[in-house]
Design a protein around this ligand. Structure first.
Ligand code: XLS
Ligand code: CA
Ligand code: CA
Length: 437
């Protein structure tokens, strides 16, 4: 079937010298890197919301992007046609995975019962599409933030009736994710936060969020859903202060409420930078604490302070992200989901291909460079050497808990001033530059 992009053939790998904009220069799905294929390492996913439902809306005007599948007057015909367009796109692009919110794939109806019937219909079609193409669901999620009932949050809403509505919605979204064999399920705290403490009981809201997540864990077990649950941190937008601020904050929340064994994190690059961190920092925090789950691959704009969700192209970012992921053991259930949108002036379906091809190539390059850094151990050896004092003598005794303040005072009185060593930051940055090519 070639209904929507008759002129675009399956995107092929043509190598770094190709000048064809509709070809991969670096992403060679079957090529092996450190014992696995690029496709196995990178686990690329296309997101449904920006790619098919995003039409270039901004605060100053409605969408600019006209898509053929939106021409139907019946919203369910639109949903069916969108699914056709989406699977044709996934196949031609050559990605293995997709991700969606419940409301992306089927529009909300007057009642929850009717909304769920609509979802069931589209899920039946999607399941067949998945079977025919071999494309899998990386994760599903719920949109419990767009409808006006969620204006004051979902699980953190002051009204228990809204909490109940959100629970009913997540219940259904978990069921359909399970039905579609999803490898994971994401909780992004859409409007779980606050705009002013003048009207907010912060402690109660956090307790409610935890209770909600405990119910989700319980229901997951009940239906036998084996996918990984993730929390996706974001510091602000839409609320002024989101509860799931960053990886460290989510970690503390999970530990406090006894949820740490059931959740990992879905780290989005643009959310990391909004929180004042680098993308690599958030990933490294996850690796250090056994929380690395999945990635929403995108980037922000350093000159704009909001969630611009642009396609990732920066080789330093992709290299350091893949370096951190590889050193953390690589993805298991997770992958690289392009939570990114084409700009408002990129109005052609073809622009969706250019955007994804560039981002996939940027991550393929990042993967290759990271693998070379790991193979040559250039950074590893330096770090190992820098901490070598902890592998012997005093350092080892401290790590083993064999000494206290009194022994350490004695040691310092005997040995005097420590000998300082350079951190060699500039040399290491130059080495990184030598590898990025
Ligand atoms: C919004 C989030 C959202 C989540 C899924 O900023 O990135 O798209 O990834 O609800
Ligand atoms: Ca995201
Ligand atoms: Ca985002």
């Amino acid at each position: 079937m070639s209904a929507y992009f008759p002129k675009i053939k399956a995107i092929a790998y043509e190598g770094p010298d190709s000048k064809n904009p509709l070809a991969f220069k670096h992403y060679d799905a079957k090529a092996k890197v450190l014992g696995k294929t690029m496709a196995q390492h990178l686990r690329f996913a296309v997101c449904y919301w920006h790619t098919f439902k995003g039409l270039g809306v901004d605060p100053f005007g409605p969408g600019t992007i006209l898509r053929e599948y939106n021409k139907h007057s019946d919203p369910m015909k639109v949903a069916e046609a969108t699914l056709d367009f989406a699977f044709e796109f996934f196949e031609k692009l050559g990605v293995g995975f997709w991700c969606f919110h419940d409301r992306d794939i089927a529009p909300e109806a007057e009642t929850l019962a009717e909304t769920n019937r609509r979802l069931d219909h589209i899920v039946r079609l999607a399941k067949k599409r998945q079977r025919d193409t071999g494309i899998k669901l990386l994760w599903g999620t719920t949109n419990a933030f767009s409808h006006r009932r969620f204006m004051a949050g979902a699980a953190t809403n002051p009204d228990p009736a809204v909490f109940a509505y959100a629970a009913a919605q997540v219940k259904k979204a978990m069921e359909i994710t399970h039905e579609l064999g999803g490898a994971g399920y994401v909780f992004w705290g859409g409007r779980e936060g606050y705009d002013t403490l003048l009207n907010t009981d912060l402690k109660r809201e956090l307790d409610h969020l935890a209770a909600f997540l405990h119910m989700a864990v319980e229901y997951k077990k009940k239906i036998g859903f084996k996918g990984q649950l993730y929390i996706e941190p974001k510091p602000k937008e839409p609320t002024k202060h989101q509860y799931d601020f960053d990886a460290g904050n989510c970690h503390a929340f999970l530990l406090k409420y006894g949820l740490a064994d059931d959740f990992k994190l879905n780290i989005e690059a643009n959310h990391a930078t909004l929180a004042g961190h680098t993308f690599q920092h958030e990933l490294a925090y996850c690796v250090a604490n056994g929380l690395l789950g999945s990635i929403d691959a995108n980037r922000g704009d350093l000159l704009l302070g909001w969630d611009t969700d642009q396609f990732p192209l920066d080789l330093y970012d992709t290299t350091l992200a893949m370096y951190t992921v590889l050193r953390g053991g690589g993805f298991t259930t997770g992958g690289l989901n392009f939570d990114a949108k084409v700009r408002r002036q990129s109005i052609d379906p073809e622009d969706l291909f250019h955007a994804h091809i560039g981002a996939m190539d940027a991550f393929a390059r990042g993967l290759k460079i990271a693998a070379a850094l790991i193979k040559d151990k250039v950074l590893d050896n330096f770090v190992k050497q820098r901490y070598a004092g902890w592998d012997r003598g005093l350092g080892r005794r401290i790590e083993r808990g064999e000494v206290g303040f009194e022994e350490l005072e004695q040691y310092t009185l005997e040995h005097g001033e420590p000998e300082l060593k350079s951190g060699r930051q500039e040399m290491l940055e130059n080495i990184l530059n030598d590898y990025i090519r």
